[in-house]
Write a protein that binds this ligand. Structure first.
Ligand SMILES: [Zn+2]
Ligand SMILES: [Zn+2]
Ligand SMILES: [Zn+2]
Ligand SMILES: [Zn+2]
Length: 359
């Protein structure tokens, strides 16, 4: 009994939501394993019976343990501790009687959950990919780059607007994708976008979501936008969560819900979105948590965000951050710039190498 309950604790001690997912994954994979074992051709019937029984015993044993009241030990307890959701009680009376015994465990559990959450939240994410033309790290803000539906590439604004010259050196007004050279045609662009959306390209889905949100290329529809952002996020384009967060924060198409907004900003920030990271910093600043604000902004600065650098400077001049914080932020920004420059050098060297080969 002790062993089993320890096992449950060790699963559930991590971050609440994730713990549930892990526990769920474990049980599915376990069941899948059993199913695959059942496929034995020679003794199928027997295996089926044995394994099915085991699954049933496992499941009912788990149910039994999970439904025992930690106060009186009776089975069938359905009332859960509202704070940690880790222990069950028959009723409010049992909960109240057990409160003084459970209080310490409950607080420790919540503290550990918060610690693990912060560990994940304040980790420096991987740098963003480079522009495939100039090999500079893509700008951190969304307006600094454009998604091209022709080739599915993200191109930096600098390369999009770079002037094009003909053989005689005259500037030409050729409206072509700077990467794949497909001519821009507004009518075709919409069609291309939709084709990519149908093919489940998360970037195209996100772009379509932005079109609906901004009412630029399509009639404004926040509900559709939200749906598309969720789809893009689920398909791996985690920056779409920043857009979802903003809709909740500003109450567009949904009721204002700051808690939900922050939840989505966190998801996006963990995946490396500096806009979401900046928002989290500002939100912590607004509630007077300057330590956490600086921590968030510092991560954004290391990813190349100069707005966050400005913000740290402002917090420092208001007396809510130390001089060390400000110096550190400057150093991190220099580190980021140095990295970009060295990447440029590497790419230029690689290009020279290729060129020599062709010659
Ligand atoms: Zn009870
Ligand atoms: Zn509790
Ligand atoms: Zn570029
Ligand atoms: Zn293209």
């Amino acid at each position: 009994m002790d062993d089993i309950s320890q096992g449950i604790d060790s699963v559930s001690i991590s971050d609440g939501g994730i713990a549930a997912a892990v526990a769920c994954d474990m049980s599915t994979s376990k069941k899948e394993d059993m199913n695959s074992e059942k496929k034995c051709t020679s003794c199928k019937q027997n295996l089926d019976n044995v394994k099915t029984n085991e699954v049933e015993i496992d499941a009912s044993a788990n149910d039994m343990i999970e439904s025992i009241c930690v106060n009186c030990g009776k089975e069938g307890a359905k009332n859960t501790c509202n704070k940690c959701k880790q222990v069950k009680y028959c009723n409010a009376a049992c909960k109240k009687r057990h409160r003084h015994k459970h209080k310490k465990d409950c607080e420790e559990h919540l503290k550990r959950v918060a610690e693990l959450h912060d560990e994940k939240l304040f980790k420096q994410p991987q740098p963003k990919e480079d522009c495939p033309i100039c090999f500079l790290c893509l700008p951190t803000y969304h307006k600094g780059w454009k998604y091209m539906a022709c080739c599915g590439k993200i191109i930096c604004s600098g390369c999009i607007h770079a002037p094009v010259y003909d053989d005689q050196g005259n500037k030409v007004d050729n409206q072509k994708c700077p990467f794949c050279r497909t001519p821009y045609r507004k009518t075709e662009e919409k069609e291309r976008e939709l084709k990519r959306v149908e093919a489940n390209d998360p970037l195209a889905i996100n772009t379509l979501g932005c079109d609906y949100r901004d009412g630029t290329k399509r009639h404004r529809d926040y509900t559709k936008a939200l749906e598309l952002f969720h789809r893009a996020g689920e398909l791996g384009y985690t920056e779409a969560y920043t857009s979802i967060g903003s809709l909740y924060f500003n109450g567009k198409g949904v009721k204002v819900d700051e808690k939900k907004a922050l939840h989505y900003f966190e998801r996006a920030a963990i995946a490396g979105d500096v806009y979401a990271r900046y928002n989290l910093g500002i939100s912590e600043e607004d509630t007077g948590n300057f330590d956490r604000a600086v921590k968030h902004l510092m991560i954004a600065v290391r990813s190349g965000d100069n707005c966050s650098l400005e913000e740290i400077k402002r917090i420092y001049s208001d007396g809510h951050a130390t001089k060390d914080d400000y110096t550190k932020s400057l150093r991190l920004y220099q580190e980021y710039l140095g990295e970009v420059k060295s990447r440029q050098r590497d790419e230029a060297a690689a290009f020279d190498q290729d060129y020599k080969y062709i010659d």
